[in-house]
Ligand binder design. Structure first.
Ligand code: PBG
Length: 323
């Protein structure tokens, strides 16, 4: 008879046969930087997550160091928005300043910048609109390049385009290479679904579309083969890391991608996943360990790294539990 319980008898043997480990080194911590803000401001829809002013970053860097989290991804909330998101590519923009501030505070911190326009456009869509109110793909590409280039100039370590325009990776790679940034990696939000799990983020980043939805550019939630086409295209265009987003409801896509491709995979545990778990634990519906379990599941499915709002607290949890 097969006796599976033999290898579950004690924590020591369970440790020996354990197949997956989550470590603080796997985490990328999202940071919302708000132009003109001093200190930090709470986000209603995301308990314990804050918008930060530049003057609050010293404290954040200290917490990251203490937790052993080596990387952050930046999102900007500008003072001014317009039709073409021009606050995203000015030299003294909030993300550009954030990159400089963070790298000055800790040069070893790996700073990634999300490249998108929805936080910067007055209509809240991820690109330039045409007369019909749809995002015009090829007209948007040069703007994304301007944004990426200005982040590169500010000293970013990696860019992560989340706009879901066709051909964006090739266009960004070309711009970066032409300006000498051929060593700057691109993490492509390849399989990014038009998901309702982004709800709390849109409050956090003030980036909800003022009309319509993102279904003409983000992926249909019903499709998995399409994810493979998107990933293939991004790799062919020059992506260094591919991303699947959201994570927990899309573990099948993470698994498939990890089997089909030899590239590192980043999974984004998005705002809705965060708030759902956080509030369930706060209300006593589930034990705190459920959060670790969610991250373990994402890694077990095949993710190499995870963007998670739980990064700081889960790093402390891993240390305390000797994981
Ligand atoms: C910008 C962007 C979004 C997220 C990351 N980058 C919002 C969106 O596409 O509407 C969502 C992240 C989250 O929910 O935590 N395009």
């Amino acid at each position: 008879m097969y006796r599976g319980r033999r290898l579950r008898k004690s924590e020591s043997i369970r440790k020996l046969v354990r197949e997956t480990i989550v470590s603080p080194h796997d985490f990328i911590y999202p940071l919302f930087l708000e132009e003109g803000l001093s200190g930090k401001a709470e986000i209603q829809s995301m308990p314990d997550v804050y918008r930060y002013g530049l003057d609050a970053l010293e404290e954040v860097v200290a917490s990251l160091k203490e937790a052993g989290v080596v990387s952050v991804i930046l999102f900007g909330i500008p003072k001014n928005k317009d039709a073409c998101g021009s606050s995203a590519y000015v030299d003294d923009g909030i993300v550009q300043k954030g990159i400089q501030t963070l790298k000055a505070l800790d040069p070893s911190l790996y700073v990634i910048a999300d490249v998108c326009m929805c936080e910067y456009t007055d209509h809240g869509h991820c690109g330039i609109l045409n007369a019909y109110g749809d995002v015009e793909n090829d007209e948007t590409l040069p703007y994304l390049s301007k944004i990426a280039l200005s982040y590169a100039k500010a000293g970013v370590d990696m860019i992560a385009p989340s706009d879901m325009m066709d051909g964006h990776i090739a266009s960004l790679r070309k711009t970066l290479d032409e300006h000498g940034y051929y060593q700057l990696p691109i993490m492509a939000y390849s399989a990014k679904y038009a998901s309702s799990f982004y709800g709390p983020f849109r409050e956090a980043a003030d980036s909800a579309p003022s009309f319509g939805n993102r279904k003409t550019y983000q992926m249909d939630i019903a499709n998995s083969k399409e994810a493979l086409r998107e990933i293939t295209a991004d790799i062919e265009e020059g992506a260094d890391i591919i991303m699947v987003k959201p994570a927990m409801a899309y573990l099948d896509i993470i698994k498939e991608a990890s089997m089909q491709y030899s590239y590192p995979i980043c999974a984004y545990q998005v705002s809705g996943e965060y708030s759902m778990l956080k509030m369930a634990v706060q209300q006593g519906l589930m034990q705190y360990d459920v959060i670790y379990e969610s991250l373990l599941a994402i890694k077990r499915a095949g993710a190499t790294m995870i963007i998670t709002y739980f990064a700081l607290e889960m790093a402390a949890y891993c240390r305390k539990r000797d994981i």
